[in-house]
Design a protein. Sequence first.
Length: 171
Amino acid sequence: MKTLLWATLSANGNYAQSGPGNPPKPEALADFAAQAAAAGNFIAGRRTFEAMRGNGGAGGPFAALDIVVVSRNAGELPGATVVRSPEEALAYLAERGHETALIGGGAEIHNAFLGAGLADEAVFNVAPVLEGKGLNLLIDTEHYACKQVRLLDCKPLGGGVVQLRYGIERE
């Protein structure tokens, strides 16, 4: 199964933190909705899913999708299937007939998929904002690690948002 890791980053490389003073860029949200519709699914962590659900995100354009939440301790979540690991999430989507899995957020889930060598591509929407505080993608928290990627595509989405798509070699 092909896996796409999708994230919006600030111009200085942190995960873009959205909130009342810094709402998500509509161009990035539209791209996520399009990517999720094309895949027919998305995978998120519990906190990301709950934030989306709080904004009406689990319904609307996502109502017909297979939504998978990876959480070690979450119980049942209406509108989603809860699994305990990235491997279990991919197995569930494969059983449902999906050929592509969209890993939509957040940092812990992205790092879990990268750390397990389960990401084929990374789609980064770079927002025109600099943030002094934020989360990062980490492929190894114990040692300095470098993982080579190859640029597959680069395009503007509008509103100053630029999308970078990278291929990731699985180990």
